[in-house]
Design a protein around this ligand. Structure first.
Ligand code: SF4
Length: 136
């Protein structure tokens, strides 16, 4: 098992990572239009660094007994995990944990969002209304 990268973070950085979890929960459940718009501009794929499973603390469902590590509830993991990263703030949070190992995803900045990009396949249709309803 590798050392907890959170041990090297300041209190405010740890708080930021925990706040990020709550923020993503809020966005997914109460700002679906924002999420859908951001995900439509996201590119890349998971680099399997495991960094997003260590935000604030090492998730109890993250198995580090193998070299790469994996989620033992991958098929039923919560939306916060399935949809990560939503935006630039999530990438910045994730980079606190693994600064030398870039995230496999890139996200567009808010002012360069594609207005008609494809919706993220795992985002339920009812959670992905038209971009025209997106509030800033
Ligand atoms: S539930 Fe799975 S994907 Fe989500 S943080 Fe934990 S180990 Fe990672």
């Amino acid at each position: 098992m590798s050392p907890d990268p959170n041990a090297n973070l300041s209190f405010s950085q740890k708080f930021r990572l925990l706040f990020g979890k709550a923020r993503r929960f809020y966005l997914i459940h109460f700002r679906p239009k924002y999420v859908e718009a951001k995900l439509s501009g996201r590119e890349g794929e998971c680099g399997r660094s495991g960094a997003c499973c260590k935000l604030g603390f090492v998730c109890p469902f993250f198995d580090e007994t193998t070299e790469v590590g994996f989620c033992i509830i991958h098929k039923t993991r919560p939306a916060n995990c399935r949809i990560f990263p939503i935006d630039e703030r999530d990438i910045a949070d994730r980079n606190l944990i693994a600064p030398n190992q870039p995230c496999g995803f890139t996200v567009q900045k808010s002012d360069t969002l594609s207005p008609t990009g494809a919706a993220f396949p795992e985002l339920k249709k009812e959670h992905a209304p038209a971009h025209s309803d997106l509030r800033s």
